[in-house]
Design a protein around this ligand. Structure first.
Ligand SMILES: N[C@@H](CCC(=O)N[C@@H](CS)C(=O)NCC(=O)O)C(=O)O
Length: 243
Protein backbone atom coordinates (compact mmCIF):
# COMPACT_ATOMS: atom_id res chain seq x y z
CA UNK A 1 0.00 0.00 0.00
CA UNK A 2 1.46 3.39 -0.93
CA UNK A 3 1.78 6.25 1.56
CA UNK A 4 -0.75 9.09 1.48
CA UNK A 5 0.27 12.48 0.07
CA UNK A 6 0.20 15.54 2.32
CA UNK A 7 -0.14 18.82 0.43
CA UNK A 8 1.29 21.40 2.82
CA UNK A 9 3.03 24.72 3.33
CA UNK A 10 6.32 24.21 5.24
CA UNK A 11 6.05 27.44 7.26
CA UNK A 12 2.32 27.31 8.08
CA UNK A 13 1.17 26.33 11.60
CA UNK A 14 -1.90 24.63 10.10
CA UNK A 15 0.36 22.35 8.08
CA UNK A 16 2.59 21.84 11.11
CA UNK A 17 -0.43 20.64 13.13
CA UNK A 18 -1.04 17.94 10.52
CA UNK A 19 2.62 16.92 10.12
CA UNK A 20 3.14 16.77 13.90
CA UNK A 21 0.10 14.51 14.41
CA UNK A 22 1.14 12.22 11.52
CA UNK A 23 4.72 12.04 12.85
CA UNK A 24 3.50 11.47 16.43
CA UNK A 25 1.55 8.42 15.23
CA UNK A 26 4.32 7.22 12.91
CA UNK A 27 2.16 7.57 9.80
CA UNK A 28 4.40 7.79 6.72
CA UNK A 29 3.40 10.28 4.03
CA UNK A 30 4.79 11.92 0.94
CA UNK A 31 4.96 15.70 1.26
CA UNK A 32 3.97 17.92 -1.65
CA UNK A 33 4.73 21.61 -1.17
CA UNK A 34 1.77 23.81 -2.02
CA UNK A 35 2.09 26.93 -4.18
CA UNK A 36 -0.77 29.33 -3.26
CA UNK A 37 -2.77 30.69 -6.19
CA UNK A 38 -0.91 28.61 -8.81
CA UNK A 39 -1.95 25.21 -7.39
CA UNK A 40 -5.51 26.30 -6.58
CA UNK A 41 -7.08 24.69 -9.71
CA UNK A 42 -4.97 21.56 -9.24
CA UNK A 43 -6.14 21.20 -5.60
CA UNK A 44 -9.77 21.62 -6.64
CA UNK A 45 -9.34 18.75 -9.10
CA UNK A 46 -7.34 16.57 -6.66
CA UNK A 47 -9.96 17.07 -3.94
CA UNK A 48 -12.73 16.35 -6.46
CA UNK A 49 -14.62 19.43 -5.28
CA UNK A 50 -14.28 21.87 -8.11
CA UNK A 51 -16.48 24.54 -6.56
CA UNK A 52 -15.11 24.43 -3.02
CA UNK A 53 -12.17 26.60 -2.01
CA UNK A 54 -9.33 24.23 -1.12
CA UNK A 55 -6.96 24.83 1.77
CA UNK A 56 -3.84 23.08 3.02
CA UNK A 57 -2.96 20.87 4.78
CA UNK A 58 -4.82 18.35 2.62
CA UNK A 59 -4.17 14.62 2.85
CA UNK A 60 -4.88 12.40 -0.13
CA UNK A 61 -5.00 8.68 0.47
CA UNK A 62 -6.00 6.58 -2.58
CA UNK A 63 -9.04 8.65 -3.45
CA UNK A 64 -9.90 9.68 0.12
CA UNK A 65 -9.36 13.40 0.73
CA UNK A 66 -8.92 14.67 4.29
CA UNK A 67 -8.98 18.46 4.28
CA UNK A 68 -8.56 20.01 7.73
CA UNK A 69 -5.62 19.77 10.15
CA UNK A 70 -7.96 18.44 12.88
CA UNK A 71 -9.39 15.76 10.56
CA UNK A 72 -5.88 14.81 9.42
CA UNK A 73 -4.91 14.37 13.10
CA UNK A 74 -7.99 12.16 13.62
CA UNK A 75 -6.98 10.18 10.50
CA UNK A 76 -3.49 9.75 12.02
CA UNK A 77 -5.07 8.58 15.29
CA UNK A 78 -7.04 5.89 13.40
CA UNK A 79 -4.23 4.74 11.10
CA UNK A 80 -1.10 5.12 13.25
CA UNK A 81 0.41 3.94 16.51
CA UNK A 82 1.63 5.62 19.69
CA UNK A 83 -0.15 7.33 22.57
CA UNK A 84 -3.55 8.83 21.73
CA UNK A 85 -3.79 12.53 20.97
CA UNK A 86 -7.57 12.37 21.59
CA UNK A 87 -7.96 10.24 24.74
CA UNK A 88 -11.49 8.91 25.24
CA UNK A 89 -13.77 11.24 27.18
CA UNK A 90 -11.57 14.29 26.55
CA UNK A 91 -12.41 14.89 22.91
CA UNK A 92 -14.80 17.82 23.59
CA UNK A 93 -12.25 19.72 25.65
CA UNK A 94 -9.56 19.07 23.03
CA UNK A 95 -11.82 20.31 20.20
CA UNK A 96 -12.45 23.45 22.31
CA UNK A 97 -8.70 24.18 22.45
CA UNK A 98 -8.41 23.48 18.72
CA UNK A 99 -11.17 26.04 18.10
CA UNK A 100 -9.20 28.54 20.20
CA UNK A 101 -6.02 27.79 18.22
CA UNK A 102 -7.98 28.30 14.96
CA UNK A 103 -9.35 31.66 16.16
CA UNK A 104 -5.84 32.73 17.14
CA UNK A 105 -4.40 31.63 13.77
CA UNK A 106 -7.08 33.36 11.72
CA UNK A 107 -6.66 36.61 13.67
CA UNK A 108 -2.85 36.38 13.47
CA UNK A 109 -2.96 35.62 9.73
CA UNK A 110 -4.91 38.79 8.97
CA UNK A 111 -2.22 40.84 10.73
CA UNK A 112 0.70 38.89 9.25
CA UNK A 113 -0.57 39.21 5.65
CA UNK A 114 -0.53 43.03 5.91
CA UNK A 115 3.11 42.96 7.04
CA UNK A 116 3.97 40.39 4.35
CA UNK A 117 2.59 42.31 1.33
CA UNK A 118 4.64 45.33 2.44
CA UNK A 119 7.95 43.48 2.77
CA UNK A 120 9.87 42.49 -0.39
CA UNK A 121 12.44 40.47 1.58
CA UNK A 122 9.79 38.33 3.26
CA UNK A 123 7.90 37.98 -0.04
CA UNK A 124 11.04 36.68 -1.69
CA UNK A 125 11.58 34.20 1.15
CA UNK A 126 7.94 33.13 0.82
CA UNK A 127 8.40 31.98 -2.78
CA UNK A 128 7.75 28.24 -2.55
CA UNK A 129 10.82 26.08 -3.13
CA UNK A 130 9.54 24.66 -6.46
CA UNK A 131 9.90 28.22 -7.87
CA UNK A 132 12.59 29.86 -5.74
CA UNK A 133 15.43 29.04 -8.17
CA UNK A 134 14.01 31.75 -10.45
CA UNK A 135 15.22 34.42 -7.98
CA UNK A 136 14.02 37.89 -6.84
CA UNK A 137 12.18 38.49 -10.14
CA UNK A 138 9.43 36.42 -8.50
CA UNK A 139 8.66 39.04 -5.80
CA UNK A 140 5.76 40.53 -7.85
CA UNK A 141 4.34 37.02 -8.29
CA UNK A 142 4.74 36.37 -4.54
CA UNK A 143 2.89 39.64 -3.86
CA UNK A 144 0.09 38.48 -6.17
CA UNK A 145 -0.02 35.19 -4.26
CA UNK A 146 -0.21 37.01 -0.92
CA UNK A 147 -2.96 39.31 -2.23
CA UNK A 148 -4.80 36.22 -3.45
CA UNK A 149 -4.69 34.79 0.12
CA UNK A 150 -5.89 38.14 1.57
CA UNK A 151 -8.94 38.03 -0.73
CA UNK A 152 -9.56 34.30 -0.43
CA UNK A 153 -9.65 34.36 3.39
CA UNK A 154 -11.13 37.90 3.59
CA UNK A 155 -8.38 38.83 6.02
CA UNK A 156 -9.18 42.57 5.81
CA UNK A 157 -12.67 42.30 7.28
CA UNK A 158 -11.67 42.53 10.96
CA UNK A 159 -10.08 45.64 12.51
CA UNK A 160 -6.58 45.23 14.00
CA UNK A 161 -7.80 46.03 17.55
CA UNK A 162 -10.29 43.17 17.31
CA UNK A 163 -7.76 40.62 15.99
CA UNK A 164 -5.39 41.64 18.81
CA UNK A 165 -8.16 41.14 21.38
CA UNK A 166 -8.98 37.68 19.94
CA UNK A 167 -5.33 36.61 20.10
CA UNK A 168 -4.94 37.94 23.65
CA UNK A 169 -8.07 36.18 24.92
CA UNK A 170 -6.97 32.78 23.56
CA UNK A 171 -3.46 33.27 24.93
CA UNK A 172 -4.79 34.37 28.35
CA UNK A 173 -6.88 31.23 28.64
CA UNK A 174 -3.95 29.02 27.63
CA UNK A 175 -1.57 30.90 29.93
CA UNK A 176 -3.89 30.34 32.91
CA UNK A 177 -4.26 26.63 32.05
CA UNK A 178 -0.52 25.97 31.75
CA UNK A 179 0.18 27.82 34.99
CA UNK A 180 -1.86 25.07 36.72
CA UNK A 181 -0.67 22.04 34.76
CA UNK A 182 2.05 21.06 32.29
CA UNK A 183 -0.62 20.01 29.79
CA UNK A 184 -3.89 21.65 28.72
CA UNK A 185 -6.14 18.59 29.04
CA UNK A 186 -6.08 15.58 31.37
CA UNK A 187 -2.46 15.88 32.57
CA UNK A 188 -1.02 14.33 29.40
CA UNK A 189 0.12 15.46 25.94
CA UNK A 190 -2.86 15.72 23.58
CA UNK A 191 -3.84 17.40 20.35
CA UNK A 192 -4.86 20.43 22.46
CA UNK A 193 -1.19 21.07 23.37
CA UNK A 194 -0.07 20.39 19.81
CA UNK A 195 -2.63 22.78 18.29
CA UNK A 196 -1.96 25.65 20.69
CA UNK A 197 1.85 25.19 20.55
CA UNK A 198 1.79 25.19 16.73
CA UNK A 199 -0.53 28.23 16.59
CA UNK A 200 1.88 30.27 18.74
CA UNK A 201 4.26 30.02 15.78
CA UNK A 202 2.32 32.96 14.32
CA UNK A 203 3.03 35.10 17.41
CA UNK A 204 6.66 34.19 18.19
CA UNK A 205 8.03 31.71 15.63
CA UNK A 206 9.93 28.81 17.18
CA UNK A 207 13.59 28.58 16.07
CA UNK A 208 12.79 25.31 14.25
CA UNK A 209 10.10 26.95 12.12
CA UNK A 210 11.45 27.11 8.54
CA UNK A 211 11.46 30.90 8.10
CA UNK A 212 14.15 33.18 6.70
CA UNK A 213 15.21 36.30 8.68
CA UNK A 214 12.81 38.74 6.95
CA UNK A 215 9.88 36.32 7.32
CA UNK A 216 10.68 35.69 10.98
CA UNK A 217 10.17 39.40 11.62
CA UNK A 218 6.94 39.48 9.62
CA UNK A 219 5.64 36.44 11.53
CA UNK A 220 6.40 37.96 14.94
CA UNK A 221 4.06 39.91 17.22
CA UNK A 222 6.68 41.21 19.70
CA UNK A 223 4.27 43.26 21.85
CA UNK A 224 1.82 40.40 22.31
CA UNK A 225 4.63 37.87 22.82
CA UNK A 226 6.23 40.06 25.53
CA UNK A 227 3.02 39.85 27.58
CA UNK A 228 3.07 36.01 27.64
CA UNK A 229 6.62 34.81 28.50
CA UNK A 230 5.41 31.79 30.51
CA UNK A 231 3.10 30.54 27.78
CA UNK A 232 5.90 30.81 25.21
CA UNK A 233 8.32 28.94 27.50
CA UNK A 234 5.63 26.25 27.85
CA UNK A 235 5.38 26.10 24.03
CA UNK A 236 9.17 25.62 23.80
CA UNK A 237 9.01 22.76 26.35
CA UNK A 238 6.14 21.07 24.50
CA UNK A 239 8.12 21.19 21.24
CA UNK A 240 11.29 20.00 22.95
CA UNK A 241 9.59 17.00 24.59
CA UNK A 242 6.98 16.01 22.03
CA UNK A 243 8.05 17.10 18.55
N1 LIG B 1 -9.05 24.92 9.30
C1 LIG B 1 -8.11 24.65 8.24
C2 LIG B 1 -7.44 25.94 7.84
C3 LIG B 1 -6.37 25.77 6.76
C4 LIG B 1 -5.94 27.08 6.14
O1 LIG B 1 -6.51 28.16 6.39
N2 LIG B 1 -4.90 27.00 5.28
C5 LIG B 1 -4.39 28.16 4.61
C6 LIG B 1 -3.13 28.59 5.34
S1 LIG B 1 -2.70 30.26 4.98
C7 LIG B 1 -4.05 27.81 3.16
O2 LIG B 1 -4.33 26.72 2.69
N3 LIG B 1 -3.48 28.73 2.41
C8 LIG B 1 -3.05 28.51 1.06
C9 LIG B 1 -4.16 28.53 0.06
O3 LIG B 1 -5.34 28.75 0.40
O4 LIG B 1 -3.83 28.33 -1.12
C10 LIG B 1 -7.13 23.59 8.73
O5 LIG B 1 -7.02 23.42 9.96
O6 LIG B 1 -6.51 22.88 7.93
Amino acid sequence: MSSPTLVHLPQSPWSEKARWALDHHGVAYKGLEHVPMLYEPFLRVMSRQLRRKPSVPMLIDSGIVVRDSLDIALYAERHGSGTPLFPKGQEGEIYGWNDGAERLLEAARSRLMERLVADDGALYEAVPSPLSKLGPSLVPLARMGATFIIRKYKTRTTPAAQTEATIASVMERADAAVSRNDYLVGGQFTFADLAVAAALGMIAPHPRQPLGPASRKVWSEPTIAAAFPNLLSWRDRIIEHHR
